[in-house]
Design a binder for this molecule. Sequence first.
Ligand SMILES: O=C(O)[C@H](O)COP(=O)(O)O
Length: 245
Amino acid sequence: MTKLVLVRHGQSQWNLENRFTGWVDVPLTALGVREAKKAGKLLTKEGVEFDIAFTSYQQRAIKTLWLSLEAMEQMYIPVTKDWRLNERHYGGLTGLNKQETREKHGDEQVHIWRRSFDIPPPQIDVDSEFHPSHEAKYAAIDPALLPTGESLKITTERVLPYFEDQIMPFIRASANTIISAHGNSLRALMKRLFDVDDADIPGFEFPTGNPLLIELEDGTTNIISARYLDKKRAKELPPVPKKKS
Ligand SMILES: O=C(O)[C@H](O)COP(=O)(O)O
């Protein structure tokens, strides 16, 4: 049996301030730090020994991974960071307060921007301080690939090829794997692993800093079991799909 853990970063400063965050590199709050450490303690209780870790280019996910691995005394494992595990890019909404945006554009429009599968937010202006081309860490990436406002569908189209090419070879080789990422990049992975329809996937929420432990049949992505380790803060999971073969 192979173990795959998906963990959303602990609470970030802009989760706390209720602002559209996306690619902005905000830090964890004190609560977020506690959630990340607790994630590590919960994983220790389960006795999971990881072989490899993956995370995004964003400090809230990186630090959540570090703090969890530290709590597990497993900081020695290889960690790969890749921008394709970043949060969905929130385009022109980046930095805005979610409640104020509802008051300005209406609940329905904001719900469409946040929870439709394929409707992207307005694109971010190149002059915005939040445009990814202004960040040194993205300088080596082909500018044509850098997102400027993504729907969940577009996010899925960058996360899943990365998952198949770079992560699946390890899972196929039965490596216990932890992926520390973001609400929407993890939704993309949940969609693939649980085989969730386009219309249903936006309805699933990842709680912050709460590891989702998925047990897989060796060499496959057939799910044997899946559960959040912090039961009190667990959210609903999609049904486990039938085994493929
Ligand atoms: O980027 C953000 O603002 C959050 O991490 C996820 O936002 P959402 O809950 O609106 O998808």
